[in-house]
Design a protein around this ligand. Structure first.
Ligand code: PMP
Length: 382
């Protein structure tokens, strides 16, 4: 018998059967009234999730595609953008900016596992008074850090009022409030393969009226990602190019599931999972990566001295079919990350902690078997 697999990575994530079934209804042609109804429903779902009053965009690409598309549409070559760099996804804003001929100005986190300081952001903005945008993440997935986005955005609004606040909520959407209003943002970006519980390939962009004005005045330097063309099509409940049809049908089912749970309950579940993950890891004597700013959907930790993070992860897969994530960038091979976003329950997380503690023992770590699971069980269901 093939071993049953448990996916606890911060994307792609586990997908509920209901969503697969919604996508398996067979191909509907996208230029039909039937599909237009589904497309319109999906646009309403994005508006609901991200608090958009204007038409949002549904793009057939991964999250990075949407990040690049946004910068293309609201900037012109030579302009400056300030970006928060607390890991590889923050760094990605800088890479995109440089490909587009923009002057990317980073604000670095002091160490891996921390957010940036408000004072460092303020100082950088003062040095870049003409800056066109502040780009950041809600959750820097590579370090499991939750940034205080609304507070950082408030600083930018005060120091550089013309700058658009562009927020990547890819690994945060549906784990905590990610509306334009809650994040104090002009643009919020999401992607399908995280807590939205879909396969990869669909991205969401919500734009406030001020951001749409920038799009209207700008030049996307792109055909596929020209938001003006796409908006015109979206207003007619269709897309300019062939849409990710099945993902859109799946998205409508995902929104139904989220509405049934109630977003506030979804957020509370993620908060609980995050607390349980920290409890279990600490009880196993692992040092948390981001203890002061933990994310609701992913938790990172350093294994004990002498334990190889990647070997530990492979033994969890081999022995128990439990797949968690490792480090990226400078943290490659140094950490483990447990994804607990989307279709994940407390029992799933308990299983991952059990697998971890047994594999830690086999790797020679001192922690007592049962310490992690006992600490988690003690807090479960509360
Ligand atoms: N930003 C964040 C915060 C992410 O977690 C990810 C994916 N892990 C991305 C951007 C990139 O998205 P994609 O892999 O879908 O291009």
């Amino acid at each position: 018998m093939a071993i049953k697999e448990y996916l606890l990575t911060p994307g792609p994530t586990w997908i509920p059967q209901r969503i697969f079934e919604a996508m398996a209804r067979g191909t509907v042609h996208h230029r039909t009234d039937v599909f237009k109804r589904s497309f319109g429903e999906a646009l309403e779902g994005v508006q609901w999730l991200f608090g958009a009053t204007e038409t949002p965009l549904l793009l057939a690409c991964s999250g990075t595609g949407a990040m690049e598309a946004v910068l293309r549409n609201v900037t012109r070559g030579g302009e400056s953008v300030v970006y928060v760099n607390a890991g590889i996804f923050g760094e990605r804003w800088g890479k995109i900016a440089s490909r587009l001929g923009l002057n990317g100005v980073p604000v670095h986190a002091p160490t891996a596992g921390e957010s940036i300081s408000a004072a460092a952001l303020e100082e950088t903005l003062h040095r870049t008074p003409e800056c066109r945008a502040l780009c950041l993440q809600v959750v820097e997935t590579s370090t499991a850090v939750l940034h205080p986005v609304a507070e950082l955005a408030a600083i930018a609004r005060r120091v550089c009022p013309q700058a658009l606040i562009i927020v990547d909520a890819i690994s945060a959407a549906a784990t905590l409030p990610c509306t334009l209003q809650a994040l104090n943002a002009d643009i919020v970006i999401g992607a399908s393969q995280k807590a939205v519980m879909l396969p990869p390939g669909l991205a969401f962009v919500a734009l406030a009226p001020r951001a749409w004005q920038s799009v209207e005045q700008g030049d996307a330097r792109s055909l596929y990602f020209d938001f003006k063309i796409e908006r015109k099509a979206h207003l007619e409940r269709t897309s300019a190019w062939t849409p990710a049809l099945h993902l859109i049908l799946g998205f409508n089912e995902a929104v139904r599931i989220l509405r049934e749970e109630g977003l506030e309950n979804t957020f509370a579940r993620h908060e609980r999972l995050s607390r349980l993950a920290r409890t279990g890891l600490e009880a196993l004597e692992l040092r948390l990566l981001a203890p002061s700013c933990p994310a609701p959907g992913v938790t990172g930790a350093y294994p004990p001295d002498g334990v190889d993070a990647d070997a530990l992860r492979s033994s969890m897969v081999k022995k128990f079919g439990v797949r968690i994530a490792g480090g990226q960038g400078g943290l490659t091979g140094k950490i483990i990350r447990i994804g607990h976003m989307g279709y994940i329950s407390e029992i799933d997380l308990l299983g991952a902690i059990a697998a971890l503690e047994i594999c830690l023992r086999e790797a020679g770590a001192a922690a007592r078997v049962g310490a992690g699971t006992a600490a988690v069980v003690e807090q479960m269901g509360r």
